[in-house]
Design a binder for this molecule. Structure first.
Ligand code: FAD
Length: 338
């Protein structure tokens, strides 16, 4: 028989923000179940940029994304959340005061509140429209993420894109790859000014080749192993860049999947929330992290962390009706359950 799990709070998404929500709920003595469609916790940090340093987590001058997730796992350990990985939350229904979630693995989760921390939903890369792309993807020559920098050691790497990922990976792979070439269709990058300046400096020193303004035009090779990436100007002037790998960073496509069917107020593929509580328009359902939107929203991990605290406090009266919540700092008694 399919499992029925009872909990105080069900958290959809085990990205950095969903994981921290376990901590904030745990501090208020609320039990959590966390569900994620991926096979590992960490959301975008684990799936897209595990080795990239993150510089804007308060009090951590630099931390690799995978290490941040490791620390979050350690931080929530005392609260022993039930973590269900490799299954999607497909359904959200109401049974009186309780909310009932159904997963793709057949579990039913009955809870008093839901926190949706589903990031970009079922996210996937935006792919360049190139002939024969699927074969080169299958062969690993064309990629949209790099799990380990070492995979690119000694390789000729073409990086396409003009955002943070393209700039960060160009800087990260110089000195590891045999050659790094950045292809972008505009002279200006949409990256953090500091890292864009570092890329300019690396280009000036000849550590990175800049091929600008060009865009991707074709792939040359045997259908799975790459020999060259063809790029072209808007006027159609073509050139070939010898390459073993093309790393294409054209952003992520957002796909809310089943979440779009749950009657939530949406604003351009995001869930609209009340900013002081992160409550959605559906009673008992809260949204935090990248998926939540309100005026002034920043898609940053640190902002998601703060939203996790606000949602947990707003949920407390639903789990402990009539019980006054005496606000306490984490330092006064340590972590409950530890
Ligand atoms: P996510 O990390 O997207 O996690 C959401 C999780 O929800 C996913 O694992 C997904 O599988 C799961 N999910 C979705 N729908 C369902 C469903 N129906 N059922 C089950 N599971 C579901 N931010 C910073 O603050 N600093 C940085 O330096 C920084 N660098 C970045 C570099 C890159 C290359 C990228 C792509 C992003 C970067 N970001 C950075 C942004 C940061 O990663 C996001 O803000 C953060 O991951 C959002 O966390 P989240 O928990 O809200 O969502």
């Amino acid at each position: 028989m399919a499992a029925v799990i009872e909990t105080d709070v069900a958290i959809i998404g085990a990205g950095p923000v969903g994981l921290f929500a376990v901590f904030e709920c745990g501090m208020l003595r609320m039990k959590c179940v966390v569900i994620d469609a991926l096979e590992a916790v960490g959301g975008q940090c684990t799936a897209l940029y595990p080795e990239k340093p993150i510089y804007d987590i308060p009090a951590l001058p630099a931390i690799a994304a995978a290490d941040l997730i490791g620390q979050l796992e350690k931080q929530i350990e005392p609260f022993a959340p039930v973590t269900l990985l490799g299954r999607r939350v497909e359904a959200l229904l109401r049974e009186g005061e309780m909310i009932v979630l159904g997963t793709s693995a057949g579990e039913t989760i009955r809870c008093k509140a839901v926190i949706i921390a589903a990031g970009a939903g079922a996210f996937g890369p935006n792919r360049p429209p190139l002939d024969g792309l699927a074969g080169y993807e299958a062969g690993g020559a064309v990629r949209y993420m790099v799990s380990r920098r070492e995979e690119m050691r000694g390789k000729r790497v073409v990086i396409a894109g003009g955002g943070d990922s393209a700039v960060d990976w160009a800087l990260s792979l110089k000195g590891v790859a045999a050659k790094v070439t950045v292809v972008h269709r505009r002279p200006k990058f949409r990256a953090a000014p500091e890292t864009a300046a570092q890329l300019d400096a690396a280009a000036a020193k000849g550590e990175v080749d800049m091929v600008i303004p060009y865009q991707l035009h074709g792939l040359k090779g045997d259908g799975s192993t790459l020999e060259a990436v063809t790029v072209a100007t808007l006027k159609g002037e073509e050139r070939d860049i010898p390459a073993d790998h093309l790393l294409a960073f054209f952003g992520l496509s957002m796909e809310l999947g089943p979440i779009a069917e749950w009657g939530l107020g949406l604003d351009r593929h995001h869930i609209a929330v009340e900013p002081s509580t992160c409550a959605t328009n559906v009673d008992g359902v809260f949204a935090i992290g990248d998926i939540a939107t309100y005026p002034g929203k920043l898609k940053l991990i640190l902002q998601g962390f703060s939203e996790a605290a606000m949602a947990a406090h707003a949920i407390h009266p639903r789990v402990f009706p009539g019980e006054a919540l005496h606000f306490e700092y984490s330092t006064s008694k340590g972590v409950p359950g530890s």
